[in-house]
Design a protein around this ligand. Sequence first.
Ligand SMILES: C[S@@+](CC[C@H](N)C(=O)[O-])C[C@H]1O[C@@H](n2cnc3c(N)ncnc32)[C@H](O)[C@@H]1O
Length: 287
Amino acid sequence: MRERRPSQTASSIALIRALAAQGLTDVPGFEDPVVHRLLSPGWSAALALTARRIRRMDAAKRARVLARLSAVPLRVRAIDVELERAVERGCRQVASLGAGLDTRAFRMKALSATHFFEIDHPATQAFKRGKAAALSPVVERLTYVAVDFERDALSARLRASGHRPDEPTAWVWEGVVMYLSDEALGATLRALAEASAPGSVLLVNYMEPGGRRGLAFMRHLVTRLWSEPLVGLRRREVMRAEVERAGFRASSDTGAADWARQLGAPFDPENPAANLRLLVAERPGAG
Ligand SMILES: C[S@@+](CC[C@H](N)C(=O)[O-])C[C@H]1O[C@@H](n2cnc3c(N)ncnc32)[C@H](O)[C@@H]1O
């Protein structure tokens, strides 16, 4: 990431969520009533233009485009389901790592009794805070923590922010580890394990290498142009080993085809989301 520029990938993901929130998605039950309010003027203009173009397409073309965009609403819904489960099972702290323009603290009523931590790169977080000041959180308490996973000591920042390592936390790491080096991934996982009371849950969304060649090329090109290169594509065995080495125990690892089945959404194996996955892991108790 560039030192002083807010993440552009975060805005691009928010744009796709804003399209889905207008009904421009094939994923049933997707809702995000506030995300459009977090976009910059440039991204808002891109949203209006893209929505208009999609609505003017014939049905077959529109279905193809919406299928291509479904990776984002699918992963959001899959994570929301797991997050609600973690909160029902006793996590009263929730942390969104690399939160970007995440809206969970402003839309998920199931989180109303939680202390929600938004953790992100300082440049992205400064932009988000400016925009989110006009929104009302639905959580009990919202705390922002500025951290660069490549440079800063997460443990110290968490302690200073009022996070309680003796209370279970649900950690949400969505759309981030694919941008992180192995060193940052390992250091962050160790810091999370250290701050995780037994019963804590880690939800980590990651991307495997591969996929359709043209698409993979475009993804790499665009993210490089934004100075957010995809340096952290990892296979499922690697992710599981990293998470378990840090002290978590993996309980499930699902892919976009599984989420689509669970949510009743169409899914074609050629879908660009095919190499996205969600690993769920728990912090076991001692003994
Ligand atoms: C693709 S966005 C995902 C945002 C959000 N989690 C979502 O799914 O909508 C990537 C996020 O990772 C954050 N990020 C990337 N590198 C980071 C780093 N070194 N330290 C902290 N955050 C980082 C960016 O600021 C951005 O918010």
